[in-house]
Write a protein that binds this ligand. Structure first.
Ligand code: RNT
Ligand code: ZN
Length: 420
């Protein structure tokens, strides 16, 4: 498609949306302000550079597509390509296992901001904000299946020190990049089979979190989030950090709650949870993902759930209270493409939500005219959002449609194929 065609299609779409009272130019301006936190771990199947053990904690990246990044420079090079194909300016979400320690083995509870200098200066040059995560899995100290909720005091304290260090690292990132770093805590703690004592690990977890957050750090530098989960592989019967646990903790301690869209019963609605928890919390973190059967981490697509999440955030005016992170890992397809597909689909969902006459829908609802509400909702689905999206891509200097795949294929041939 030539730029001329994209522009012509856009003008036609603009007129069509105007008939519904929707200003497409305004929607595009709002879309360009949305920052996604792109997860570094899609680039190497949650491997990291520490090499202290295989991926565990009940999460799995299946597949062995060639060309996985094996060094920080390779990962950054892959990310550069991905970011160049995603319209807009975004953020990068790091895990502590992506530290650069110059070949030295630094225990996780001794990590310092200096081990993330490489990431910080790279992000600074590209004007990307950084978010951060402690890594409470793939480590001998997590082998028992318990970390912050461990009854073993030496294990528990190790992970408390790790989490405290992560907040200090994130504070350095927030200071250096001039934008608060969201630090998310997700732990794999739980058990495969029915446990006799569900109480004690949760009380220990609460105490550990209090210790972690005991150190006051300005919210201008760090925003703390806690992420619950329904179950993991190997923790099917009991998860210490469940949704209920963290919801209570976040409310009581004014923390951000992280809602991962793969972490609930399949018939529960994550879109519905957003206004529920934001009625009592100031801010939340979203882990936008896609659950399929037992896996919570398939590549994000333009699913009904993705669209529902975007609608809830946009229609309720929550953009400034919701941090949007991606969280999935697929090792069976080109990893750069996986980033781009998920990020673009998430942004497209936000665009579609922005292109809806939300006020009109609300008015119909208030008037009790639910027939017209449903008719309008269905009519909107046939509107030419694709033409608006193509125009957004053109304006942002990224290929429209799946034209960006050419660059990924070229990179695959030139760069990825040469990797061991
Ligand atoms: C795991 C959680 C967690 C991880 C990342 C790697 O179920 O979703 O967010 O995916 O920390
Ligand atoms: Zn998650």
């Amino acid at each position: 498609m030539t730029p001329k065609t994209i522009e012509r299609n856009y003008r036609a779409a603009r007129d069509r949306y105007a008939e519904f009272g929707v200003d497409t130019d305004r929607a595009l301006r709002q879309l360009s302000a949305i920052r996604l936190s792109v997860h570094c771990w899609q680039g190497d199947d949650v491997g990291g550079f520490e090499r202290s053990g295989a991926l565990d904690g009940g999460i799995q990246a299946t597949g062995n597509y060639p060309g996985k990044a094996g060094t920080p420079d390779e990962l950054r090079s892959d990310l550069d390509l991905a970011f160049s194909l995603i319209p807009g300016r975004h953020r990068l979400n790091l895990h502590s296992i992506y530290a650069e320690t110059g070949g030295k083995k630094i225990p996780r509870d001794e990590l310092e901001p200096e081990h993330f200098e490489g990431w910080m200066s790279w992000a600074g040059r590209r004007k990307l904000g950084l978010d951060f995560n402690g890594t409470f899995f793939s480590h001998p100290m997590a082998a028992s299946g318990f970390t912050l909720s461990s009854r073993d005091e030496s294990v528990r304290r190790f992970w408390v020190r790790h989490a405290r260090g992560c907040r200090r690292i994130a504070a350095a990132m927030g200071r250096k990049l001039g934008s608060p770093s969201v630090v998310n805590i997700w732990i794999p703690d739980g058990s495969k089979d029915i446990s006799a004592d569900r109480r004690t690990p949760r009380e220990i977890l609460r105490k550990s979190l209090d210790e972690v957050f005991g150190e006051r750090i300005s919210p201008k530098l760090v925003l703390d989030a806690v992420e619950g989960k329904l179950f993991g592989i190997g923790s099917e019967s009991y998860v210490v950090g469940s949704h209920d646990f963290y919801l209570g903790y976040a409310v009581a301690n004014r923390k951000l709650l992280c809602l991962d869209s793969g972490h609930f019963h399949p018939t529960e609605s994550v879109p519905d949870k957003i206004s529920a928890v934001l009625s009592v919390l100031d801010e939340i973190l979203l882990h936008v993902s896609r659950g399929v059967r037992w896996d919570s981490d398939h590549v994000v697509i333009l699913s009904d759930e993705m669209r529902g999440i975007a609608e809830e955030v946009i229609w309720n005016g929550y953009l400034d209270r919701v941090h949007i992170g991606l969280d999935y890992f697929d090792a069976s397809i080109n990893r750069v493409a996986a980033w781009v597909i998920g990020a673009r689909s998430a942004l497209l969902a936000f665009l579609i939500a922005l292109l809806a006459p939300a006020q009109k829908l609300r008015e119909l609802e208030i008037a009790g005219d639910n027939t017209s509400r449903l008719a309008l909702m269905e009519a909107l689905k046939g509107l030419p959002f694709g033409a608006v999206w193509d125009y957004r891509c053109l304006a942002a200097g990224v290929p429209a449609g799946d034209g960006w795949m050419r660059q990924v294929k070229d990179y695959e041939r030139r760069v990825l194929a040469a990797r061991a």
